[in-house]
Design a binder for this molecule. Structure first.
Ligand code: PA5
Length: 454
């Protein structure tokens, strides 16, 4: 079970129920109607992703796992890797007893080199994931990986050890697949990168790793379908999105997601991308400059109680802190009752670590509330594939509704595109020369302002 508790958003100086009446209620209804229209126009492909054919992917992965591979090198970045990483990090050891996963997203040359030095090409399947097929980070590492396989195994065997996940028709990777006959899976054209975790983008590496993808999909489906009617479930996403936006409008436009459960940490990285890249936009749907967005921030409980929480408690009133709370853990330890600790610590003795952990969470949340800070909680009864699937789907829906309420396009990323174009230009891609000019820093570049430190 997964529950969202928003009671800490209401009260003195924060939200009130009246806030969502009248004009705001109408705005929400309009946004939901617009979203429904987009869904009917087939623009919201992610809503259907929980219906993916997990059984076929799982069966395919099972066959591959029986072929003697031990590792998978998953090459992709952003929406093409964060989802699988997050889900896999939330797994228990027996939910990831298939191929060991190594994610190659960043381009640090030392990290890239380390991967190829430590993995065995005879035992490693290369999974390349890029919807566009032109992402520099992904394609440059993939070309290295392919060469690495070919040198070790020869071209024919190497081709059988490559899995490509890309657009079914367009893009440079699709052309390569068609020429080389690698294993391949489609990214649905109407599903954008950061909304694609429940497509082959996330499901294939997860299934190869031995993760129960069907339970993940089932959880996402339940989150989508478990209400009597679509409008009732839409109401839930709409209310949560509206609460986040109302807080942002009141100045609380930074959203701290703080985990109390280490297996949930990477889900926050996934969330940060979804929230930032979907909602941080310069222009609204009418093309007017609006510069909207809510900054996501990752925090880890209890560790960050000794670090960031001081700022959240006493710094500017601009943060909404949402906790990821786990009610039941799969393992626990009791603090020994003897020999006795000094008197000031004796109350800890005989208590399970989970109780201490829960008290730390409660203490932090209550103190934040007393300090007048908005807080909310996502409560995982247990961390299971089902509850993780529900969490993923819930945030995709909330993000989509928030985009609609903000009157921006949550599904594009023009800011990111320009950086990619400049990088292509600087690296000499034909037709991108004008972008290379923009990448030189211009006549008043930063050099004069640099300070030598060492
Ligand atoms: O959410 C997005 O659209 C992006 O983060 C992309 O997933 C990322 O840029 C990688 O793109 P691609 O899959 O085309 O390589």
């Amino acid at each position: 079970m997964l529950t969202f508790d928003s009671s800490g958003l209401y009260g003195d100086g924060l939200l009130s129920k009246e806030h969502f009446g009248g004009e705001r209620r109408e705005e929400l209804q309009e946004a939901m109607a617009d979203l429904q229209a987009r869904f009917e126009a087939d623009e919201l492909g992610f809503v259907d992703t929980p219906d993916a054919d997990g059984a076929s992917i799982a069966a395919w992965a099972e066959e591959r796992r029986s072929e003697g591979w031990t590792d998978q090198l998953v090459i992709g970045i952003g929406g093409s890797s964060l989802g699988a990483m997050a889900v896999l990090d939330s797994a228990l050891p027996d939910q990831r007893d298939g191929l060991r996963a190594h994610f190659a997203d960043n381009l640090d040359p030392e990290s890239v080199d380390r991967l190829f030095r430590t993995l065995n090409p005879e035992k490693t399947v290369v999974v390349v994931i890029t919807k566009s097929g032109t992402t520099i980070e992904t394609m440059s590492q993939f070309w290295l990986a392919r060469q690495w396989l070919v040198e070790a195994l020869g071209e024919e065997a190497a081709n059988k050890q490559i899995v490509a996940i890309t657009d079914p028709e367009s893009g440079e990777l699709r052309k390569l697949v068609d020429n080389h006959g690698w294993w391949d899976f489609d990214v649905p054209p109407n599903v954008g990168g950061r909304f694609s975790v429940l497509t082959p983008v996330g499901l294939v590496p997860l299934a190869l790793a031995g993760y129960p993808i069907q339970e993940l999909l089932e959880g996402a489906r339940s989150a989508r379908d478990n209400r009597q009617s679509l409008s009732e479930s839409a109401q839930i996403w709409g209310t949560i999105a509206a609460e986040h936006l109302a807080l942002a409008d009141a100045g609380y436009n930074e959203l701290v997601m703080m985990t109390y459960g280490d297996r949930l940490q990477s889900l926050v990285d996934w969330f940060c991308q979804l929230w930032a890249e979907s909602l941080g936009k310069a222009r609204n749907r009418q093309g007017e400059l609006v510069h909207r967005g809510m900054t996501p921030i990752k925090a880890v409980g209890v560790t960050d109680q000794h670090s960031q929480v001081q700022l959240y408690m006493e710094g500017p009133h601009n943060k909404h802190i949402t906790f990821l709370e786990v009610r039941n853990f799969e393992a626990d330890r009791i603090i020994p009752e003897s020999p006795p600790l000094p008197r000031a610590l004796q109350h800890l003795q005989g208590k399970p670590i989970s109780e201490v952990f829960a008290a730390e969470l409660r203490g932090t949340r209550d103190a934040l509330r007393q300090a007048g800070r908005p807080t909310s909680s996502w409560i995982f009864e247990r961390i299971t594939p089902g509850s993780v699937g529900a969490f993923l789907f819930a945030w995709q829906m909330i993000t989509a509704v928030a985009g609609e309420l903000m009157d921006i396009d949550a599904f594009d990323q023009p800011g990111v595109e320009m950086g990619k174009k400049i990088a292509h230009g600087l690296l000499g891609r034909p037709g991108f020369e004008e972008y290379a000019q923009q990448g030189q820093g211009g006549p008043d570049g930063p050099a004069e302002e640099s300070r030598r430190i060492l």
